[in-house]
Design a protein around this ligand. Structure first.
Ligand code: P6P
Length: 336
């Protein structure tokens, strides 16, 4: 049987689920931009794009050359097609206005152009995370798009996905009816459907957290991780393995592939911040994907997708993955 490409999958989505043609076009454009980013990332030192820009982004994080290049690739690919009312990115403080010479469309695209970029110079998997929202009525008029148009709960996402630039380049996507995985054929340039129905196992024996922050965690996290470490002799009655790649896309992809729980809790290092990861373009898209694959995602006390954003770059604590473990750590928070 001939392989199903992303284009064919999206056309079938339109036939079977009435996926709007301009959403289909948007996803194709984002996928093409991710293919270009994959190429730039794969060149490494040969492309002259390793290392830092010597600047910081709105998060106060050092900007890698590839961060900025990936951001530019996504902006240039998406600004002219007429399917977007605006864009927002981890790398830009303000929302991106569609230039007046181009038509505006019905959607908003929010993205982290190159997540895990601190890993680029050491050749560890990185990725692009993206989220698609509808532009609310009254916001896609002639004037500049306000930040408020983006501040929608994660349940409002019409599409979420990520590209992972690893040994294979893959695109993992949900339109709200399950999670699909496409592997890039670098010779033909096609995204080929290779994972038709990705599911997160409800149970797991693997957890992901940056253990170096242990002394800074709040009590429920300290309790839970100590139970994981207690293994078979402890209250959870089984031994657990640990992984921490420090690239959310890579850690989440592993969890989608074989289960696990990913944790980035708030901690005492910056008590005024609810966590490190960003709600709009990291936690929300990943939470939609995880839930669509049968997993769960909370900030410790509530479902991430139910959080009403109050700013574009707001941060959030993240506990996501195998449902049984996410429910356990969430219960510990709610008992505290
Ligand atoms: P730490 C990468 O910078 C990132 O935003 C996520 O991809 C990753 O999960 C996390 O930060 C790693 O944080 O504090 O362990 O370096």
């Amino acid at each position: 049987m001939s392989s199903i490409t992303l284009s064919r999958y999206l056309i079938e989505q339109t036939r079977n689920f009435n996926t709007p043609a301009d959403l289909r076009f948007l996803i194709e454009v984002v996928a093409r931009a991710c293919r270009q980013i994959s190429h730039e990332v794969s060149l490494g030192a040969l492309g002259g794009v390793l290392g830092s820009m010597g600047t910081e982004n709105v998060q106060g994080e050092v900007q890698k050359k590839l961060d900025v290049l990936s951001n530019d690739i996504l902006l240039e690919a998406n600004e002219w097609g007429g399917h977007l009312a605006g864009m927002a990115s981890e790398e830009m403080e303000q929302a991106y206005q569609i230039p007046g010479k181009y038509p505006k469309g019905a959607y908003l695209l929010v993205f982290d152009p190159l997540d895990g970029s601190s890993n680029i110079d050491v050749n560890v998997s990185v990725g692009t995370i993206f989220s698609v929202l509808r532009c609310p009525n009254g916001h896609n008029g002639k004037g500049d798009l306000s930040e408020e148009a983006f501040l929608q709960k994660g349940t409002e996402q019409v599409c979420a996905g990520y590209a992972i630039y690893g040994p294979q380049t893959m695109l993992v996507l949900t339109l709200g009816n399950g999670v699909k995985g496409f592997t890039l054929d670098p010779h033909m340039g096609n995204w080929v459907l290779t994972h038709d129905n990705i599911r997160v196992p409800e149970q797991t024996a693997e957890f992901a957290i940056n253990m170096s922050n242990q002394r800074h965690w709040e009590a429920p996290v300290k309790r839970y991780v100590s139970e994981l470490l207690a293994g078979k002799e402890g209250p959870l009655g089984k031994n657990y393995n640990m992984r921490w790649i420090a690239s959310m896309v890579a850690d989440v992809h592993r969890i989608l592939t074989r289960g696990g729980i990913f944790m980035y809790p708030r901690d005492a290092r910056e008590p005024e911040k609810p966590g490190k990861l960003r709600l709009m373009y990291e936690a929300n898209p990943m939470s939609m994907i995880i839930e669509q694959a049968g997993g769960a995602a909370t900030n410790g006390t509530q479902r991430i997708l139910d959080i009403q954003p109050d700013s574009l770059h707001q941060r959030v604590a993240v506990f996501l993955g195998s449902k049984e473990e996410v429910e356990r750590i969430t219960a510990y928070h709610n008992q505290a």
